[in-house]
Design a protein around this ligand. Structure first.
Ligand code: CDP
Length: 219
């Protein structure tokens, strides 16, 4: 697979801080920021709206293959998912119901196939900073720019609670790490940064240093 533009792939477990890091790096570079978790969340909202059972993988697979879906860039550099002619709000995407359901929907192979194809197509439009669970391992395995942001489960659960979201990060991690298709792993060649004991700015500095060593220029 050839990438026409550079891709920074950022993976890590729930609430590890990868979204904040990805957003800051994208802003510094002027590249498009892509939160792939929001695509899985949008698909999950669609599954729930259609009244499908989370255990009905065949029905979810058919929906994922057929539902109208497009990615739109808003405010110059933020990508949102328009699905089934609807663009769910951040509030909906981060609702308790979606938190509870998303890892079940994300393990359906047809869901991943559809969204990975969209993610690859995005990188043909321009340089991207893309974050998720399988970006460095599956979506763009050939990119040399891979980061894995980690933090202890205790720290991550605390961060999510501070954000005011009811979210069982431990359960999501377990499902995400043990699923058959594209489980969460540290991708080959990724620089691992543990954010448990350091603040966001320090994580961003460490990430920028690692990327600079790999040829990215922050001016
Ligand atoms: O923000 P947080 O890290 O808690 O989660 P997220 O990035 O919004 O992702 C929500 C869920 O989507 C994850 O728990 C995974 O089940 C799924 N996901 C995935 O399977 N693959 C990705 N590339 C991104 C998210």
């Amino acid at each position: 697979m050839s990438e026409t533009h550079p891709v920074i792939a950022i993976d890590g477990p729930a609430a590890s801080g990868k979204s904040s890091v990805a957003r800051k790096i994208a802003a510094r570079l002027g590249w498009t920021y892509v939160n792939t978790g929001n695509m899985y969340r949008a698909m999950t909202h669609c599954v729930l709206s259609r009244g499908l059972s989370l255990s009905d993988s065949p029905a979810i697979g058919i929906l994922a293959a057929e539902v109208p879906l497009s990615l739109e860039v808003q405010d110059g550099n933020k990508v949102v998912t328009v699905i089934d002619h609807d663009c769910p709000s951040d509030e909906v995407l981060n609702s308790e119901e979606v938190n509870r359901s998303v890892s079940y929907v994300a393990q359906v192979p047809e869901v991943r196939e559809r969204l990975v194809a969209e993610q690859r197509a995005l990188a043909k439009r321009g340089p991207v900073v893309m974050e998720g669970r399988d970006i460095g391992s599956v979506v763009f395995p050939a990119t040399p720019l891979k980061l894995y942001i980690d933090a202890s489960e205790e720290v991550r659960a605390r961060r999510r609670a501070v954000q005011g979201h009811a979210d069982s990060v431990g359960l999501r991690d377990k499902i995400d790490s043990t699923r058959k298709t594209a489980p969460l792993v540290i991708p080959d060649g990724a620089v691992v940064i543990d954010s448990s004991e350091i603040g966001l700015n320090e994580v961003v500095d460490a990430a920028c240093e690692a990327l600079t060593q790999r040829g990215v220029s922050f001016t």
